[in-house]
Ligand binder design. Sequence first.
Ligand SMILES: O=P(O)(O)OC[C@H]1O[C@H](O[C@H]2O[C@H](CO)[C@@H](O)[C@H](O)[C@H]2O)[C@H](O)[C@@H](O)[C@@H]1O
Length: 394
Amino acid sequence: MDLKSNHSSPVLTDPIPISKSRLGIHSNLLSYPQSGGSLSSGKYKTISRKKPAKLEDVWSNGWLDAMKSSSPPRKKLIKGFDIEFAADDDDTDIAYHSWMIKYPSALKYFEQISKRAENKKIAVFLDYDGTLSPIVDDPDQAFMSDAMCSAVRNVAKYFPTAIISGRSRDKVYGLVGLTELFYAGSHGMDIVGPVSHTESDVHPNCIRSTDQQGKEVSLFTPAREFIPMIDEVFKTLVENTKDIKGAKVENHKFCASVHYRNVEEKNWPTIAQCVHDILKDYPRLRLTHGRKVLEIRPVIDWNKGKAVEFVLESLGLSERDDVLPIYIGDDKTDEDAFKVLREGDRGCGILVSSVPKESNAIFSVRDTSEVQKFLETLVKWKKLEAKQSSNMQN
Ligand SMILES: O=P(O)(O)OC[C@H]1O[C@H](O[C@H]2O[C@H](CO)[C@@H](O)[C@H](O)[C@H]2O)[C@H](O)[C@@H](O)[C@@H]1O
């Protein structure tokens, strides 16, 4: 989605209108020390491009443990049979079933969700990788199935629907390709959403634009000033990891990802050290862990949870009792969104996981095929509800 801006570049330091302050989109956004390189020059810090030498930092700070536990174990294929089972067989299954008492299946307990949704407007938020597309070795090959694509398209016919991804907005739009959705890329730091006539006119980081279809949209980029810094970091990471077989670095415009899924485990400390060294040089950037990926992003008070609040506010759906936001996601960065919905019992978080893990979500589904089923069930239910209410009116 190529956006043509109608206004000049917004900056982060301008005054913020009251309504946005409610969301925390204000000077608090910059929760890092304001020292460091000049923002206007684009030269932030001289970085040593030498190979990382010592590995003790990443051992002692728990990074490696987090890296090891960052994605569920691969499923084993039984030789000669078209049957898959979780790596740790029976024990895993027992643990999974007891975990599901805490995070019940959103499919099995769909009635609970639909009861809660009665007479409410639902808004749907979807993560991309691991939620709409299965996790694969090559991030460029993470496609949605046709069936998933039509499930998402149908959901968007009935409910306002947004994709909230860690990928850049352009990349995730390229993979999903549905014009009827709203998109938030780079963990919510790049949002194309509905035009809110009360907000977007005044907020400096939110500008009016038109999308490729000529539709008026609002573009919100709270980390705009970090684009050159991320680009610099991306280039350095590409250079510093080029000899590590399997390593892959992605530039998501407002954040960068360093993948180690295809790197031999004995080389993970070297990957970790590369990232650690970068962060030492850029105090205004921080690390988050995804699924076999280290993500480097600006230290601003912004995440997927804030993005959900922002989209709801833009749609005129926040602070209302008759709205039920549903968020489906699979990884640590989705927890911020689950938390926002859990707090004040505002909505319903659904974690996609085939292994037990602690979450702020309320419900769970096992994998992307269950996500698809859930979306289809939601549409069926909505159609039935609409039919019943039209019968009652006639
Ligand atoms: O927020 P998301 O939409 O879930 O994006 C998170 C990251 O997703 C991608 O990486 C993950 O999926 C890849 C494809 O299945 C997989 O190879 C990788 O190991 C996963 O971490 C994307 O490439 C990252 O940049 C996103 O941050």
